[in-house]
Design a protein around this ligand. Structure first.
Ligand code: FAD
Length: 394
């Protein structure tokens, strides 16, 4: 029998197929086919470059094995095998050697990381449509959400699946396959977009979804999407995402923090709550950062949501004559409200948007929770373990 070894694997149920890990791997140890993203056991040197960039924590999986799983085995998985009982696993079952353990600990720093779905979330459908078998959707609408004068072009895109099933829960994403090839001559990889409509669709029961897409200068897919016209056909993969989901428990309270297009899943959460509102339901608070009101997607419609359903904290960093304010600044201003929510076991926390926002938000949470005697790291780990802490940054 071979000496047992620790093998790096990816959880295909949680992976959202954004391929960021593959792009971050400096030695080409990660690859994909039309279905899964996998790690070459003989190539991976545990450098951990892929761990902090993964938006879901699906990359952070390890198994002690007598014989490493082959790529063919990993490509065939729809879920990760459990750790098998192994005689003589010895040292390999122990933690990594000191150097590798330190790298892993470093990679785990920050707000993201492995997470669990809320206990009352519905079971999501995942990866129904793949790179080799995408579904075709038709563009039903493409509306600019930001002012023509604003420095960002963010669009509300409606896609219709023409009766083909696309069962997506709030918080899930889909992949869009931009046409054409990259510089390497290979087809462009799909880019992920959060679904901004609730599970019954943008228009209830019409089999459509909406997205909130920002045009990136020189970006392949965002320009393709932002330039789509009504009637255009688009190739879609997904749905993806098994943890950044909404609790079904109507009494759950949601604390949502976002910047820019990070508002997409929170629009879906809010619409779901509005469509299923029941007396005595849990409240929601939204901290939303943008440069100015005209660059904050859904500013008008959000303002119309009654504050008994959603408390809105819109935060602007570029208002002429006003001091710059970011979401983390406002969290500190509203420390009492946040502390009260942090101390309530019905509260679920969601953070979504640009990766750069994580650090500031984390610092604000440390300050607020510790001011009321709750050590943040302990609290955050407990929240994660209970499926009540979710970060999706890109
Ligand atoms: P790419 O072509 O991949 O380029 C990447 C970056 O390089 C861009 O910022 C682009 O500006 C820059 N770049 C490329 N070429 C040039 C050039 N010639 N000159 C200067 N700069 C250049 N995005 C959304 O808008 N909405 C969402 O809801 C959303 N949800 C996401 C959810 C997840 C889980 C993840 C992982 C990502 C999400 N994204 C979302 C980001 C999205 O997937 C894409 O990364 C984004 O649209 C950029 O893709 P692109 O093909 O346009 O850019």
């Amino acid at each position: 029998m071979n000496e047992p070894v620790k093998q790096h694997l990816i959880d295909p149920e949680v992976c959202i197929r954004c391929y960021t890990c593959e792009q971050a791997c400096p030695i080409g140890a990660i690859e994909h086919d039309g279905t899964n993203v996998v790690v070459k056991a003989e190539a991976c040197n545990f450098c951990m470059s892929c761990i902090p960039v993964c938006p879901t924590g699906s990359i952070d999986e390890w198994r002690v094995v007598a014989t490493p799983y082959t790529l063919a085995e990993q490509y065939g998985w729809s879920e990760l095998p459990a750790q098998a009982a192994l005689n003589g696993a010895g040292a390999a079952t122990e933690a990594f050697d000191e150097g590798v353990a330190a790298l892993l600990a470093q990679a785990h720093e920050g707000a993201g990381g492995k997470s669990k779905p809320p206990a009352s979330a519905s079971k999501p459908s995942i990866n129904l449509y793949t790179l080799t078998k995408p579904v075709e959707a038709t563009v039903q609408g493409n509306y600019r959400l930001t002012a023509e004068s604003a420095d960002s072009d963010i669009r509300h895109i409606i896609l219709d699946f023409g009766g083909q099933p696309f069962p997506a829960l709030e918080g899930q994403s889909l992949g869009i396959m931009p046409p054409g090839n990259g510089k390497d001559g290979k087809p462009h990889l799909p880019r992920l977009y959060s679904i901004s409509s609730p599970r019954d669709g943008e228009r209830p029961n019409f089999g459509n979804v909406s997205l909130t897409v920002k045009r990136e200068p020189g970006g392949v897919c965002s320009n393709y999407v932002c330039d789509l016209n009504k009637g255009d056909k688009v190739q879609i993969t997904g749905p993806f995402g098994a943890t950044f989901l909404m609790p079904n428990d109507p009494k759950s309270r949601l604390l949502m923090i976002c910047t820019g297009t990070g508002a997409a899943p929170f629009r879906a959460f809010t619409m779901r709550r509005q469509r299923t509102a029941s007396p005595g339901g849990g409240d929601m608070a939204l901290f939303f950062g943008a440069r100015a009101p005209d660059s904050l997607p859904y500013f008008g419609p959000l303002n119309k949501v009654p504050s008994r359903i959603l408390r809105k904290h819109m935060v602007f960093s570029r208002i002429p004559g006003a001091p710059k304010e970011h979401v983390q600044d406002r969290l500190l201003v509203e420390a009492e409200e946040i502390a009260e929510m942090l101390g309530d076991s019905s509260t679920h926390i969601y953070i979504c948007g640009l990766r750069g926002m994580e650090e500031g938000v984390e610092k604000a949470f440390i300050s607020i929770s510790e001011s009321v005697g709750l050590p943040w790291t302990t609290l955050r780990n407990a929240l994660r373990e209970e499926g009540r802490y979710h970060v999706e940054t890109y």
